[in-house]
Design a binder for this molecule. Structure first.
Ligand SMILES: *Cc1c(COP(=O)(O)O)cnc(C)c1O
Length: 397
């Protein structure tokens, strides 16, 4: 069957490709340690599950208003007030089927042909494709390791043209764990002042920060920036709810209304049951989060230390999220069984073959000198996995 033109802009998700390959090898009986996971390895808290079960038992299983029930919008408003010091009205909130869906709807209503959207690299794999599917052009701006994997005001300024429509910021970042301080955001805001450039703030890792890092987003800079910012967040990472599919956006009335409208002609409301669970997640007991983050921090310290002990690999200490992004390009040019390693893809395949370890090539995130490892896996597997990597690297010619 002949496919339509939109399919031509799509690229298969590279993170899923590695996971699939690792799963296939596992099925063949190979003992693979996976560092590919993009989700917490914790169970959803019981109070949230109970709220969903209650919703089913009470028959809350029908269509709801497209953009979410008022009770949930109010819970989101309360969360944004309490955690972020930001005030919104119901008409400025829309609830969708995961933050990825929220970002997709945002792009569909804000971007179009000729628009340039600045995406700092390393970036989350879906941003360029979400921009392309809205017929706009991704403009990749490199945030180098020497700048903490963040873009500077000077770099931002240089990348702005008359066509610049928006910038997508993700702090803490997937894949680097880098996070912008309020002062750094103020620096970027200074460049955006007086322009009509929109800031999309993907705050999905807001809760996963370490060592007293204080989370801020662009809307915190001040009223002018708040009016130009679309805040995107969800429950997947903060409450270990990836499978539930729950995301939301806060922003100007007209943008939220348009996002709701596009949703009304595609997916309609997020699952009714999940909306009830989300209210509990947002307003109920939050003690799950610091426990999860404390465990992530222990693992982060171990994995960063162990990776830096491997000759040829260097790894920065990330302030947030649950990924490390070690540089491996010093090993490019070396050979495994006569096969030269030249790219992050080669390096990842070498690790799968020689170490039975699955990682994601950095090229997928816009920087080929690196690989991404998720430490959302047990301490035992982290220690064993990195030991295997060290053993395999030692065997390189
Ligand atoms: C996981 C993730 C999302 C999307 O999460 P949903 O499960 O769709 O809510 C969005 N942005 C980044 C950077 C992520 O890592």
């Amino acid at each position: 069957m002949k496919l339509g033109p939109l399919t031509k802009v799509l690229r298969p998700s590279p993170t899923l490709a590695v996971t699939m390959k690792a799963k296939a090898l596992q099925k063949e009986g190979r003992d693979i340690i996976g560092f590919g996971a993009g989700e917490p390895d914790f169970d959803t808290p019981d109070n949230i599950k109970a709220a969903a079960i209650r919703a089913i038992q009470e028959g809350f299983t029908k269509y709801t208003p497209v953009g979410g029930i008022d009770e949930l919008k109010d819970a989101v408003i309360e969360k944004l007030r309490k955690d972020n010091g930001l005030a919104y009205k119901r008409s400025q909130i829309v609830v969708s089927t995961g933050a990825k869906h929220t970002l997709f709807n945002m792009a569909q209503v804000l971007f179009g042909q000729g628009d340039e959207v600045i995406i700092p690299a390393p970036y989350w794999v879906s941003y360029p494709d979400i921009v392309l599917l809205a017929d706009a052009t991704p403009v990749i701006v490199d945030g180098g390791e020497s700048e903490g994997f963040k873009i500077t005001p000077a770099k931002l300024k240089k990348s702005i043209t008359a066509k610049t429509k928006a910038i997508i910021l993700n702090s803490p970042s997937n894949p680097t764990g880098a996070a912008y301080t309020l002062d750094e955001l103020k620096g970027l805001a200074e460049v955006l002042k007086g322009t009509e450039i929109i800031v999309v703030s993907d705050d999905i890792y807001e809760k996963v920060v370490y060592d007293d890092f204080r989370f801020s987003n662009m809307a915190n800079v001040g009223e002018e920036m708040k009016e130009k910012t679309i805040v995107v967040n969800g429950l997947s990472k903060s409450h270990a709810m990836t499978g539930w599919r729950m995301g939301y956006a806060a922003g100007p009335d007209n943008v939220i209304a348009a996002m709701t409208e596009i949703q009304s002609q595609s997916t309609s409301n997020a699952t009714s049951i999940v909306q009830k669970a989300a209210i509990e997640a947002l307003l109920g007991d939050q003690s799950f989060i610091p426990k999860m983050v404390a465990e992530f921090k222990k693992r982060r310290d171990v994995i960063v230390g162990a990776l830096n002990d491997i000759p040829g690999i260097t790894c920065a200490m990330p302030p947030g999220a649950f990924y490390v992004f070690p540089r491996v390009s010093a090993l490019y040019g070396r050979k495994y069984r006569g096969k030269p390693i030249a790219t992050s893809n080669d390096f990842s395949e070498f690790l799968l073959e020689a170490a039975n370890v699955a990682v994601v090539p950095g090229g997928a995130f816009g920087n080929d000198d690196y690989i991404r490892l998720s430490y959302a896996t047990s301490m035992g597997l982290i220690v064993e996995g990195v030991k295997r990597i060290a053993g395999a690297v030692a065997k390189l010619d």
